[in-house]
Ligand binder design. Structure first.
Ligand SMILES: Cc1cc2nc3c(=O)[nH]c(=O)nc-3n(C[C@H](O)[C@H](O)[C@H](O)COP(=O)(O)OP(=O)(O)OC[C@H]3O[C@@H](n4cnc5c(N)ncnc54)[C@H](O)[C@@H]3O)c2cc1C
Length: 378
């Protein structure tokens, strides 16, 4: 069965911040883009998963290392409030020393961000397929010809010249037969509650107190229905226990996505490593969100596999090994890799991603405000 629902230049699977960034980058370069999201709105873990902290665009030493769409989305997250940019990052005259005192990050309201994401995506002419599940790729030799989607019309296909897997767990790449690596997921539970004075508050339970650094803590792969169900039920058990201990407060909003951090990623043409900071095919910089440290370069080869010519990945399912995965799985990094993947798709012109001219890609990224090492904002 292959009843075609639509044909686009590019189909992006997954409407988290990686998929949104990829779609924006490609659409702004003239591609017709179809963006498929199984949930009712955009933003993925950042909105449906209630992960409301946009981690830093700086290196913690007072230098901005991320610009482009990652910075645009950080500002967009505050459009319908509340929240604000830290003082030294609002003031263009602030010194590096002043900026080293406060990281360039914000806390946003997930519902506000979701509303603003609709606007920016529609304004770019992207075709949205919401509440639509992508189940598998349609393969033809070394290329993806289409993807199967399950929506209100039943089982249909979307065809395109190129595809970006932004599913968060490399579902499309894995179903195409690409080699993948599995991660560890500690139990987490982020939710909103109403406090004693009626105020709405974000609360996070679970890791790190119950996970990171504790080798005995239970880990969840999150790749079978049984495992995800257990994870979701366990994370809500934490909320229930918290309610029993905090009788003057009550839960208000629960996440509608499983809050798994690193379920699965591709084995890329190259895997970004934590020990290595420089790559000749660098396409962006990322700071360590946990501590002040020199920025890491992100290699383009970590965004595609060797198996397929027209498949890129974006977001937390890119090829980043060990501690590099921890650095690359967060919001600013997924926006960066989304922008890179979408820009790369716009340059493919029927060719293969393995042979893409990286210099042209770097040039194109610079033009749209992305920061590579030589022009990071001091
Ligand atoms: C508990 C927890 C706390 C975190 N804390 C922070 C934090 O404080 N700050 C920070 O910056 N980052 C944090 N992160 C990490 C960050 O939120 C995510 O890694 C990041 O938002 C992932 O973006 P993404 O677009 O790669 O993936 P996702 O946000 O997972 O987006 C993937 C999207 O693809 C969709 N999708 C998946 N499969 C299909 C399919 N088959 N068909 C159609 N659609 C599909 C999903 O519904 C989802 O919307 C946290 C993560 C977790 C789990």
């Amino acid at each position: 069965m292959d009843s075609v629902l639509a044909t686009h230049d590019l189909v992006v699977v997954g409407g988290g911040l990686a998929g949104v960034s990829a779609s924006l980058a490609a659409a702004r370069r003239g591609l017709s883009v179809g963006l498929v999201e199984k949930g009712p709105y955009l933003g993925g873990l950042a909105t449906m998963g209630l992960v409301a902290i946009y981690l830093p665009l700086c290196d913690g030493e007072g230098r901005q290392v991320l610009g482009g769409i990652a910075e645009e989305l950080l500002h967009l997250s505050l459009k319908y409030g509340p929240g604000q940019i830290p003082e030294p990052w609002q003031d263009p005259a602030a010194t590096q020393k002043q900026r080293a005192q406060a990281r360039y990050r914000v806390t946003f309201n997930p519902a506000s961000f979701a509303l603003a994401l609709d606007e920016i995506v529609l304004a770019s002419g992207i075709t949205l397929y919401l509440d639509t599940l992508c189940t598998e790729p349609i393969l033809e030799d070394r290329r993806l010809k289409g993807v199967i989607v399950e929506g209100r019309e039943g089982r249909r296909s979307l065809h395109a010249d190129s595809f970006i897997d932004a599913t968060g767990d490399a579902l499309l790449a894995q179903r195409a037969g690409c080699k993948c690596a599995l991660g560890q997921n500690w139990l987490s539970s982020w939710f909103y509650y109403v406090g004693a004075r009626g105020e709405l508050q974000l609360k996070s339970l679970g890791a790190p107190a119950h996970g990171t650094g504790d080798p005995t803590a239970k880990k969840y792969p999150g790749l079978t229905s049984g495992d995800v169900t257990t994870y979701l039920l366990e994370s809500r058990r934490l909320v229930r226990e918290w309610c029993q201990e905090n009788t003057d407060k009550y839960p208000a909003i629960l996440p509608t996505l499983a809050q798994l951090r690193t379920p699965r990623r591709i084995e890329g043409a190259l895997t970004m490593e934590p020990q290595r900071r420089e790559y000749e095919d660098k396409v962006g910089l990322i700071g360590d969100w946990r501590r002040p440290a020199p920025a890491y370069q992100v290699p383009f080869r970590s965004l595609y596999t060797l198996e397929f010519d027209n498949l890129l990945v974006a977001g937390r399912c890119m090829a980043a090994g060990g501690d590099a995965w921890e650095i690359m799985r967060v919001i600013p990094a997924v926006a960066l890799t989304g922008e890179v993947a979408g820009t790369a798709a716009s340059l493919l012109a029927g060719g293969s991603v393995q042979n893409l001219d990286v210099r042209s890609l770097q040039e194109e990224l610079r033009k749209s405000g992305a920061l590579l090492d030589e022009n990071r904002k001091d």
